[in-house]
Design a protein around this ligand. Structure first.
Ligand code: SAM
Ligand code: FES
Length: 366
């Protein structure tokens, strides 16, 4: 580490300003910011906040999250709904139940619905397309986001043609060896990345992302994540702390920290300023003011749960997940209060991304 670079507080501020001006970061700068003292971190977060505000104002976009199946054919070592978890109480929502979630959500001011689930073969492409087109028909002014894992380019194209606007697929880690450590053999980083590039080429607004503090994560793997974000230029980046789930192989691993997640949110805002950056439920789970502090580090999206209260506990990706006992309306008003308490406003808006990509991929229709 080149400590001379960062010896004084002024130099530390210059470092943050330099990252902001270049919209890029070196590995040494990342390491410095991950270990820096409070004063530097306060400055980093303040700069990230200002950057977000200069692009999105103090508006916080909300997405209604509908967790529609916890069946999954995959076996990711960190995830509570992995197929080998015999203790998971499996469920699927019907189309009617999902449309009822949208109806509730629309009444509460949601203009984006995010359908998330495990990779569940029951939901064929035909079923997904029918769901997407039914939602778009009823709510033409709303955006539909899918987060249903790795599919063929043809399937992604079909969902897009049915009306899906956005797709969330965290890359999880951009480092091969780390990816191998987190996933069984049959999953590959190469395919995950192929999916993200296919999605972007088709025209989706795309979100990648990773867990902060996942087992095996290092400064070097994190730096690769940041390089990948710069290369992909996603419209959204979802990051939240890794939190162990008691029935997974990583049950005894340490959770990612609140502090590191805030630093990384701020760094991502500075290097990719127009990105949509959620302050995640996982961040709210490890700290009572997690989502507020996430916004104060440059995040501008929250994703309250719209799933029926009866299934929420079953979508147990990790332990102690918040909001599993609340109704949609309670979550919505709770988040509104929380955002207002820090001077931000939850808006009724599709909340499209303002990321403009440098060629290679065409822009979404959003
Ligand atoms: N099947 C879809 C996919 O693979 O993208 C969407 C569902 S998947 C469960 C959604 C995200 O949950 C994953 O991308 C992962 O980053 C996150 N996740 C899973 N287990 C977690 C854990 N123990 N702690 C924090 N986040 C976790
Ligand atoms: Fe769900 Fe606060 S956001 S109860």
């Amino acid at each position: 580490m080149k400590t001379t670079l960062f010896q004084t507080q002024d130099a530390a501020r210059d470092t943050v300003d330099g990252i902001s001006a270049r919209q890029d970061i070196t590995r040494d700068e990342l390491e410095f910011l991950l270990n820096a003292g409070k004063e530097t971190v306060d400055y980093l977060r303040q700069q990230a906040r200002q950057t977000a505000e200069s692009i999105y104002g103090r508006a916080i976009y909300v997405r209604g999250l509908i967790e529609f199946t916890n069946y999954c054919k995959n076996d990711c070592y960190y995830c509570g709904i992995r197929r080998s978890n015999r203790c998971a109480d499996r469920y699927r929502l019907s189309k009617e139940e999902m449309l009822a979630c949208c109806e509730t959500g629309y009444g509460l001011g949601f203009r984006t619905f995010v359908f998330q689930g495990g990779e569940d073969g029951y939901f064929t492409d035909d079923i997904i397309c029918d769901l997407v087109s039914s939602v778009k028909e009823r709510y033409p002014g709303c955006a539909v986001t899918l987060s249903i894992g790795e599919k063929s380019k043809e399937s992604y194209r079909r969902y897009y043609e049915a009306g899906a606007d956005r797709y969330l697929l965290r890359h999880e880690t951009a480092d091969e060896a780390h990816y191998r450590y987190l996933h069984p053999q049959e999953l590959s980083l190469k395919n995950r990345m192929r999916c993200l590039y296919d999605l972007k080429e088709i025209g989706y607004q795309v979100g990648c992302g990773f867990m902060v503090g996942s087992p095996g994560q290092t400064v070097d793997t994190l730096y690769k994540d940041l390089r990948f974000i710069k290369e992909l230029e996603p419209h959204m980046v979802g990051i939240g702390p890794f939190i162990p789930q008691h029935d997974t192989p990583f049950a005894d691993r340490d959770a990612g920290t609140f502090d590191r997640t805030l630093r990384l949110l701020a760094v991502i805002r500075l290097i990719h300023p127009a990105v949509l950056l959620p302050s995640t439920t996982a961040l709210g789970t490890i700290h009572p003011r997690g989502r507020e502090e996430g916004v104060l580090s440059g995040a501008n999206v929250v994703m309250p749960n719209l799933s029926p209260a009866g299934v929420r506990k079953k979508y147990a990706l990790y332990d102690n997940k918040i909001c599993t006992g609340d109704e949609a309306a309670e979550c919505r008003s709770c988040l509104q209060r929380r955002m207002e308490s820090i001077g931000y406003e939850v808006v009724t808006d599709r909340g499209d991304s303002k990321v403009v990509c440098r060629g290679r991929t065409r822009a979404g229709r959003g």
